[in-house]
Design a protein around this ligand. Sequence first.
Ligand SMILES: *[C@@H]1O[C@H](CO)[C@@H](O)[C@H](O)[C@H]1NC(C)=O
Ligand SMILES: *[C@@H]1O[C@H](CO)[C@@H](O)[C@H](O)[C@H]1NC(C)=O
Ligand SMILES: *[C@@H]1O[C@H](CO)[C@@H](O)[C@H](O)[C@H]1NC(C)=O
Length: 444
Amino acid sequence: TCHCNISHIKIYCWKFLFLLLLIVCAILSYLYKISPNINQKTVASGLCPSSVSKQSITPLKNTKHLLVSAYMDQRVPGFDVRIIGMFRRDSIQSLHCCFCCSGALVETTPANVLQHPDNFGFPFVTTDVMCRIPQNCNSTHVTLLTQPRPENASIYAWLPVRNRKTKREDQMMDFTVCISNLFGDYNNVLQFAQTLEMYRLIGVNRVVIYNTSCGPELDRLLHHYVQEGFLEVVPWPIDKHMNPSRGWLFSEHGGDIHYFGQLTTLNECIYRSMERSRYVLLNDIDEIIMPYQEDSLKPLMERLQTQHKDVGVFLIENHIFPKKHFEPSGKFHLARWNGVPGINILEHVYRETPDRTIYHPYKMIVRPRMVEQTSVHSVLRFFGQQYSVPPDVCRIVHVRVALRKSLKLEELNVDKRLWDFEEKLIPKVDQVLKKLGWLSGKEK
Ligand SMILES: *[C@@H]1O[C@H](CO)[C@@H](O)[C@H](O)[C@H]1NC(C)=O
Ligand SMILES: *[C@@H]1O[C@H](CO)[C@@H](O)[C@H](O)[C@H]1NC(C)=O
Ligand SMILES: *[C@@H]1O[C@H](CO)[C@@H](O)[C@H](O)[C@H]1NC(C)=O
């Protein structure tokens, strides 16, 4: 019986061990499920983000490239984050996306480096780097590495991942104007003040401008609008990192990048606006996208959007008002504005008819969520349709040097659209100039 008892005990023992094993397995798999970091290799914790870049242009370590900003973007299947940068085309190498997940540094994911198709021959090109976020990572910051394993998080310059909170369109503002780059000693104060006040009258909520440098009076004017909250100035010290070109074509103008990085800032501005503005207007500092049948942009876009539901890119034709021709009555030649540097756009009412037999540039109103990559006069990658808005509905009022220099005054169109706003526009401009001490006391 003794023998029999022992074998009984053995069987019980095995059964017990087996049960114990099952319980341990169950507990482990439960822990595995609830702990978000267990199924990804944490390389080191508590180390990131040790140094977050506060610059708008951040050199990428061990490369010749520059990073600008990182945004959540899950519109392209397989990717979660888009890093916008300026990459040297002759030094493109393979890169790895490195994420900081709630303070923990985890294994990298592969980076997909997409150069924008427009580079105009310059050595640097606007580049998107697409990354996938590791599983269960609450990614607050990202950077790029040249090797697949992260080593020392404290030497990386981390970029915050922006647009992590999405908004409904009805929680957003309507219109943001993105003006790309301010450089040199541009000091066209009167035109800029009139233009910003005009934007406000037609319903623009916010203006974003990228500033490399500007003239002294314009600098004061910019500060005024920043203080008011209407203008957002993004520092753009691109001249500290390369020799930016003042022209658009490398073979003609030389330099490292097209127009002080205009293509990069336009793209950056679209992503910056994606979770806060329904529409983005991409135009230059001296251009006004002007509705001709409605009083402001909102009813214009409501009508266009009702007629063209799937359109995310509205092309607006550029129309030149040569600054050499003045309106003869001098009605808006106000003596009190004489001391203010710059062009008085109300005095220029003669509009060139575009020569449509040659290339004629457009600027754009876009829905930022439908745009992936943009150039200056066209969108490079987008979702949905585009539509050319007829000029009698909306056109760009662009006061500058004549484009078709051979045209005589009689061949130009008289266009006083800006005058329709004079009653509101002039007091607003006066108010700003007065505040900055530029309004001269004596009237004509
Ligand atoms: C992710 O991290 C942010 C910032 O640290 C925190 O506010 C947020 O609650 C986290 N989200 C989740 C789902 O853990
Ligand atoms: C990481 O880099 C920092 C700064 O260069 C240095 O002080 C530290 O010793 C490095 N740590 C490791 C583990 O290499
Ligand atoms: C624009 O940049 C220049 C050069 O850095 C700076 O001196 C100026 O104050 C900036 N203006 C504004 C409004 O930020």
